[in-house]
Design a protein around this ligand. Structure first.
Ligand code: HSE
Length: 404
């Protein structure tokens, strides 16, 4: 029998307990032993909850309980998650976490501590919720050099964009719905401003490059500026607007960004709706792969956390190697990256002036809107921003996704 402590009894922590207590037999078969939830750490009381008697408020009770072998961290945030996880690993206890903030910031360090202490720091649920993604990337795809990752990595914003586009619902209403469904972060600006997706692409890029990608270095734009008019143009272009997190390797250098992008109807990411996430990966040997599943929510995320608990049980006393050096990976500036840009511009600017600034463009028409809208041909980010700043009157720019 293996005893598990769960830190945090919120949406994901409660889901983890539920999964462990529901699929008892199949989990025991897969783990080779029965897994039992012995303690739950939370500051709150849970009167009437069937596990109320397992709840403790002091981490030291868990720390000093020598019968606990695996710790699950679902508290979120860095403090006190980081010191608690670090202590558990130093005690030789494996840790499974869904905490992307923690993994993005301290992943390299916590992996190294786990290695020194013959235990494991596993974080399958930190990116893509229930989608098996981290383990395939760190095991099945290790023969490849990964040249591109493009992901819909935030369930909340994908849910919101789907509802806004298909049902014409306002931003605030769909955000509220996503919160009610347990998809959104405690502070939803982490979702809508792209910070959550940014941390997730930083984690994935660290894993495929083997070096530390600092999320602060990634150019990040959220979806707060997207309006109903933008969806009209997207439809006219047979495209969808998706918050994409992407990183790519070109000429031996890495690039990364998070931004809303227009993705055309023939790309597999186009039809990823609702709370689903998908991650498109291009390896230099395996070619294109896509991972797809529910990217947020109690049980999908808990399923991924519990798979890490089972993996930790199987690996008890040994360390599963994950290569993630603390050495920093310097991301390249986007200014020289080439792409196409969709632009909405006020009518005061003439078509001649537009074409003089941007070169030949493809105009897009959406009924009832009295403005210019066009897609540029391929140009660098630097040239685009220079031309746009020179001309002014830009209502919106949305990048058009393309493979790098
Ligand atoms: N708020 C996150 C999302 C939760 O919506 O994707 C899962 O990481």
């Amino acid at each position: 029998m293996i005893n598990v402590a769960v830190l945090g009894y919120g949406t994901i922590g409660a889901g983890v307990v539920r999964v462990l207590q529901t699929n008892v037999e199949s989990i025991a078969r897969n783990a080779g032993q029965t897994l039992v939830v012995k303690r739950i750490l939370d500051l709150r009381e849970f009167p009437g909850d069937p596990n109320a008697d397992l709840v403790v408020h002091d981490y030291n009770i868990i720390k000093e309980d020598e019968d606990i072998q695996i710790v699950v961290e679902c508290m979120g945030g860095l403090n006190p998650a980081y010191p608690f996880v670090k202590t558990a690993l130093e005690q030789g206890r494996s840790v499974a976490t869904s905490n992307k903030e923690l993994v993005a910031k301290y992943g390299a360090e916590l992996i190294a501590i786990a290695r020194e202490n013959n235990c494991n720091f596993l974080f399958e649920a930190s990116v893509g919720g229930g989608i098996p993604l981290i383990r395939p990337l760190t095991t099945c795809l290790t023969a490849d050099v990964i040249e591109e990752i493009t992901g819909i990595l935030n369930g909340t914003t994908n849910y919101m964009l789907t509802k806004m586009s298909e049902e014409g619902l306002p931003f605030d209403d769909v955000l509220k719905e996503a919160q009610e469904k347990g998809y959104a972060e405690l502070h939803p600006e982490a979702d809508v401003e792209g910070y959550d997706a940014c941390r997730k692409i930083a984690i994935l890029t660290s894993l495929v490059s083997g070096y530390q990608v600092d999320f602060e270095d990634i150019h990040t734009e959220g979806i707060t500026g997207i309006t109903a008019e933008d969806f009209l143009y997207a439809r006219a272009m047979r495209s969808a607007i998706k918050l994409l997190a992407k990183s790519w390797k070109k000429g031996g250098k890495y690039y990364a960004m998070v931004a809303p992008m227009l993705i055309e109807h023939d790309h597999p990411l186009y039809s990823v709706r609702d709370v689903f996430n998908a991650v498109f990966v291009h390896g230099n040997m395996v070619d294109d792969i896509m991972f797809y599943g529910k990217g947020a929510g109690e049980l999908p995320t808990a399923s991924a956390v519990v798979s890490d608990v089972i993996e930790s049980a199987r690996a008890m006393g040994t360390n599963r190697r994950i290569f993630w050096s603390p050495e920093k990976l310097v991301l390249q500036s986007l200014r020289k990256c080439e792409g196409r840009f969709f632009v909405r511009m006020e009518k005061t600017v003439s078509r001649e002036a537009i074409e003089e600034a941007f070169g030949p463009v493809d105009y897009v028409v959406a009924e009832g809107l009295d403005e210019h809208a066009f897609a540029t041909r391929t140009m660098t980010e630097g040239d685009f921003h220079r031309a746009a700043a020179g001309l002014g009157h830009v209502i919106r720019m949305i990048r058009i996704y393309q493979k790098y």
